[in-house]
Design a binder for this molecule. Sequence first.
Ligand code: AMP
Ligand code: ZN
Length: 136
Amino acid sequence: MKDVNCIFCKIANGEIPSATLYEDEDFRVILDLGPASKGHALILPKEHFANVFEMPEELAAKAFVLAKRMAAKMKDALDCDGMNILQNNGTAAGQTVFHFHMHLIPRYDNDQVGLTWIPGSLSEEMKEEILSKLAG
Ligand code: AMP
Ligand code: ZN
């Protein structure tokens, strides 16, 4: 299904032109218009899913296989030193376009891309609470 108001639906399906690196029946990979680094790309499914929670498992699996292939190709072509593969879900997580997408962010030694956080600590209480909710 497509969402008529969604810009990534239009880009993924070729209704709006984009700098396309790769395309198949399920996905289009484009250059991000506000790149964090040289070569920053986005994997867009052609079907509309707002986020990972809505995405069918089979398509999510395909998306990661494609991310791996694209990352390898980009590393060779761009000669980057590393690669961040990341994906935001929900405003709280930094998502700004509500059509599932994966970021491929080439990293270069000493670049200025900031994806870090201040590490907290895992208390016994917190650990037990989370394990009781999630483990098993
Ligand atoms: P996120 O914050 O994870 O939702 O990421 C949205 C990304 O989409 C940002 O990196 C934007 O620079 C990028 N973006 C937004 N609109 C466009 C567009 N029309 N073409 C290419 N990239 C876009
Ligand atoms: Zn969409």
